[in-house]
Design a protein around this ligand. Structure first.
Ligand code: AKG
Length: 215
């Protein structure tokens, strides 16, 4: 079945939203809000430079059918508790700003480093057993703009394409993880490197914390 029945671009959406915030979804299936310009350019440039150099980026491999393949991006993860050691100052600063803006007590951040257009993340919803029920996920973008595709999992299968530019904040409610997938598709366009910070509220550390890898 075609899944583009209700495709809407951000420029169409912005006709109905305030200048600072675009609400893509706000109904019983969840709430998705994009805030371009959440951070000034000088901040995103400084954070990008710091994180690119200082983060211990990992290249993961994942079993796909009968072979191991590279996950097409680099990754890192930090817990945000005050006693946590080795958290870059850029991450602490980003967490403070995102928590202050959203009012959500994020305690974990996953980092994705897309080196060029060949790097991507496949369509997925976050595993809701790994985040505390009811709390949203917040994405901060640094570096090059990449397009995110969000698809409803059930008819009428709405699709949104959102260009996540440096300094944007993108918040998806918990419910949206049950009803939509999100992805950063590969692109043949020449595109520079991008880092995303994915803030989540995870269960306390003594709970079962497993790391999962989305291709
Ligand atoms: O890079 C992004 O903005 C998306 C990251 C993502 O989907 C994830 O970390 O689960």
């Amino acid at each position: 079945m075609r899944d583009t029945l209700d495709t809407m671009s951000m420029s169409q959406m912005s006709l109905f939203a305030s200048a600072s915030e675009t609400v893509l979804v706000d109904d019983e299936l969840g709430r998705i809000v994009s805030t371009p310009g959440f951070l000034p350019a000088e901040v995103t440039e400084a954070w990008f430079a710091e994180l690119r150099e200082s983060v211990p980026w990992k290249s993961e491999r994942r079993r796909m059918y009968d072979r191991d393949v590279d996950v097409p991006r680099l990754q890192a993860h930090f817990r945000l508790e005050a006693e946590e050691r080795g958290v870059p100052e850029a991450i602490r600063d980003a967490a403070r700003r995102v928590i202050a803006f959203t009012g959500v007590p994020f305690n974990s951040v996953g980092l994705n480093f897309y080196r060029d257009g060949r790097d991507s993340v496949a369509p997925h919803g976050d595993h809701t057993d790994e985040i505390v029920v009811g709390f949203p996920i917040a994405l901060v973008s640094l570096g090059a703009t990449r397009r995110m595709t969000i698809r409803a999992t059930k008819p009428p299968r709405r699709v949104f394409h959102v260009d996540l530019a440096a300094g944007s904040l993108f918040v998806m409610s918990y419910e949206t993880q049950l009803h939509y997938t999100h992805a950063i598709p590969k692109t043949h366009e020449p595109v520079g490197p991008r880092i995303s910070l994915a803030f989540r509220v995870k269960p306390a550390r003594d709970g079962a914390e497993r790391s999962r890898v989305y291709r």
